[in-house]
Design a protein around this ligand. Sequence first.
Ligand code: ZN
Ligand code: ZN
Length: 284
Amino acid sequence: MSLKIKYYGVRGSLPVSGGEFAGFGGNTTCCYVQHKDTKIVIDAGTGIRILGLDLMRTDLPKTGGRINMLFTHTHWDHIQGFPFFIPAFLPNVELDIFGETKTVPGLDGEAEVWSIERALKMQQHFIFFPVGTKYMSSNKKFHEIAAGQKIRLGEVDVECFALHHPNSTLAFRFTAEGKSFVFSTDVEHNEDMLDRLAHFSQGADVLAYDCQYTTAEYNAGKVGWGHSTYESGIEICKRGKVQSLHMIHHDPLHTDKTLFQMENDAQALFPQAHMIPEGFEFSL
Ligand SMILES: [Zn+2]
Ligand SMILES: [Zn+2]
């Protein structure tokens, strides 16, 4: 086995709870990729809290070591679990944090530059949260990454790709020992995006893709909201010859019943389409 992958949070936009969401789970985006000793966390939605608890049950607290964290972007549902990631409080842990630096309009419209470091620190400003990042004792290093960039973490090659989303997002392609996993969430489809994402995902084993809406929902008022449909995910898989589609970033309004129905509808078009529940793990 080369890549071991587990989804710790697959809900989009906002965490949800309650019996009707118990099957697919309510935690927001977090995915964990491991290859040999290389640990890679994608995003820090509320699901990262459980990942932290899992890592604390391994040798990590005793041996310490390096954890790589890649951020697709800094919308709440992708960062809000970070203050609850317990390994980040261990002094023997090295946290290598990768994200884009963006120039965005400030409150009065003036241009502001925001690095991933600034975004995470501001989320834990005392006005929002009692414990600042400076009290998280891990040795944190912040790295700027950008679309088109390739980095290597351990023996894993990681490619970055720009997605169409308000304030933009990065997709990542992980490749090790000939196996490839593409993580592409928070993306709105258009013809150009489908084509380029199919190219980026070409021949991958699995594409995890933002399937927040049904096409009916999308057409009935969600155009421009920055999210996509399973039909688009399937189209990318077919064009890019990707073996499996993992549907993620579930809408907070979608109950288990709705998600099962969407999975059935998707599988009628592409049998290798799977609606992903929180906690789902697999190896490539
Ligand atoms: Zn999101
Ligand atoms: Zn987003």
